[in-house]
Design a protein around this ligand. Sequence first.
Ligand code: ASP
Length: 406
Amino acid sequence: MQLLKIKLHWQILIALIFSVLFGYYFQEQVHWVSWMGDIFLRALKMIIIPLILSSIISGVTSMGSSKNLGRLGLKTISYYITTSLLAIVTGLILVNLVKPGIGVDLGFASEVDGLVEQTGSVKDIFVRMIPENIIQAMVEGNILSIIFFSILFGYFITRVKTSYKEKLTNFFDAIFEVMMKLTMFIIRFTPLGIFGIVSKEVAKNSDQLLSIAGSMGLYMLTVILALSIHAFITLPTLVKTVGKAKPFMHLKNMVSPLLTAFSTSSSSATLPLTIDAVENNSGVSNKITSFTLPLGATINMDGTALYECVAAMFIAQVYGVDLSITEQALVVITALLASIGAAGIPMAGLVMITVILSAVHLPLEGVGLILAVDRILDMYRTSVNVWSDSCGAVIIAKSEGEKLSV
Ligand code: ASP
């Protein structure tokens, strides 16, 4: 098993390097391989909803009592909010120090279609969490609603007659087992999938890459630096001090899901690999992963939260708006809520920036400024999102007295 894992890391890394070269030098031939990426992504998306549903229901029922659920829930949410706030503050400090938006030309902003229709308010995020129709929520892939329903469903399984409780618990445990087996099968194709996805993206963007990097370099650098501080200093420190675990050993265990998050820009699509690595490589129990990771993939997005804050402040700087301390505090709070509301799919964070812009009365068209580089930054922030979820699982498992391999 371990041998297979080490091999997979290397396979993914080689696929990533190879796909950048292939996409760059063989732009015309990319359609020969891009279908592999399409199939891989479709297969991952195929399993997301049954995986989330069965894993949360079986996770909640395995906690046994409402006291356990309450304690774990509280720990999980506290971790999510603390790390997201730490990430946002890191971004806020850097964007104020570097000031990447001062002196940037407004001329290259691109038009964003349908922006106004997509804009959501903070209230909407919470109201939409409760599905009117759970089947429709599944059809539309509304993960937050599915999680909400699954937690309640799992909880009330524990409140019914023993004979029903046993049947339903076994039923959902069995579905979860099957979903994990299916996941393992799909994971084996990750290197091929990544080769297809990345070479297509490189071929599509290669000619603009240099010019974009020139005009938006400082902004990109600020985001990347802030994300790196959070990923390599803040989170490892928490894992070491609060979790009493070895952060860099855990990082090594997480290479496959992190590279997949980087290539797909989707925490939801990466979720099957995240569960596999946290459980099988770092040794966190299924009870903890099945509850915390699906929840984390949707609501714990440190990278996105940080990005939202830096992007909104950058837009303010470009438009020459000096935000007061109170307004900056509002940016922090709305960035946190926007990251909770953002779906774990590519570029979800981009649209959520409108929530912050409306809160501090900045022009929504500002989103057009950062559109060109969003896809690149999305790759890195998604990896940070997944990395934080996995660190949370380790810290919570340790606090519950579990013996891990990290
Ligand atoms: N792509 C990110 C994710 O899936 C969300 C975002 O756009 O920030 O985690």
